[in-house]
Ligand binder design. Structure first.
Ligand code: ASP
Length: 318
């Protein structure tokens, strides 16, 4: 029995592990783990408290996949519901559909009794407003005086926009689980890129891109620059590499290498490396696992019988 998760998912991995130990199916366990992060207002890349789109509206993407039944589903650009992963699981369980977006996803959630609420926290609104006021010199929005900027807002930009363009403005939670009976399941949930175009959908709710589970082979999920992941269908491809005998680390690094070689020139830095980052979390049927990152350092979460801890990701570029 094992659970792996993105760096921000230690408590989620722990919860999923405990739930599986109590006999809960791996799909329910990963969704329960993700729920903790979706509820966390301090986690500004997932669920309640996520950073909004360019119009100040929080839009969430999530998907689930169950290895045992080989079924999965996702919801995208969902507003006003803080647990998109639960909506995705219901879509999978109660319909024959695999993807719902926007208003349709909200109507489905509403029909199933999900509570609607304003997901934009005061902190997220301040971050968005700061971005709006500082991004252009030629609109009506005046930049704030530096001393008037809330230190928490300043810190958010320091953490999320450090380094070359695109390296930091990411987040998302992924959890993959292997049950005592050898079944696999996974879930990915996100508020997507900060200040994205309204309606923009990333990799997270797309089966094969933001997550994929095959009960015969393994489970994989990703966080990071979703467009690069969508163009390379990375989670599916990593599982196919596992099937052909690669280890989780080899499969993950090979996918990052492929993405790097296909990256368009304007997204490469002076050394010819992608400016953006992407992480893959790979869990094989035999319990071996790896977290890989385009640029180091970063960690991933692991929960197993010995306890839960953060492990080092292997970087394609140190
Ligand atoms: N992959 C997510 C997306 O592109 C964002 C992220 O992981 O940072 O929407």
């Amino acid at each position: 029995m094992k659970v792996i998760a993105s760096h921000n998912g230690l408590v989620a991995a722990q919860r999923a592990f405990e739930r599986m130990k109590a006999g809960v199916a791996p799909l329910d366990a990963v969704v329960e783990g993700v729920e903790i992060i979706e509820d966390d207002a301090e986690e500004t890349t997932v669920g309640y408290g996520g950073i909004p789109n360019e119009e100040g509206v929080v839009e969430l993407d999530a998907a689930v996949m169950d290895g045992k039944t080989h079924r999965g589903a996702g919801v995208a650009a969902l507003q006003r519901v803080r647990h998109p992963s639960q909506v995705a699981r219901l879509l999978m369980e109660q319909t024959n559909r695999v993807l719902l977006v926007g208003e349709g996803a909200l109507k489905f959630a509403r029909a199933n009794g999900f509570v609607e609420e304003n997901l934009l926290t005061e902190h997220a609104r301040q971050v968005w407003l700061h971005w709006k006021r500082t991004r252009s010199q030629i609109d009506d929005w005046r930049a704030p005086l530096p001393e008037s900027v809330d230190p928490k807002v300043k810190k958010w930009f320091d953490v999320h926009f450090r380094g070359p363009a695109g390296h930091g403005k990411i987040g998302t939670i992924h959890v993959s689980a292997l049950s005592p009976s050898g079944d696999l399941a996974c879930c990915t949930s996100t508020s997507g890129h900060a200040f994205k175009l309204p309606g923009r959908v990333g990799d997270s709710p797309i089966l094969g891109a933001g997550l994929y589970a095959d009960n015969d082979v393994g489970s994989c999920g990703s966080i990071g620059h979703g467009e690069a992941n969508l163009e390379n269908v990375t989670s599916f491809a990593a599982i196919e590499l596992l099937r052909s005998g690669r280890s989780p680390q080899e499969a993950g690094l090979e996918m990052l290498r492929r993405i790097a070689t296909k990256t368009r020139p304007d997204q490469l830095d002076a050394h010819g490396r992608p400016k953006f980052n992407l992480w893959l979390y790979v869990l094989a049927k035999d319990g071996t696992h790896a977290g890989v990152t385009m640029h180091g350092p970063k960690q991933y979460a692991l929960a197993e019988e010995k306890g839960a801890r953060l492990e080092k990701c292997v970087a394609l570029y140190e």
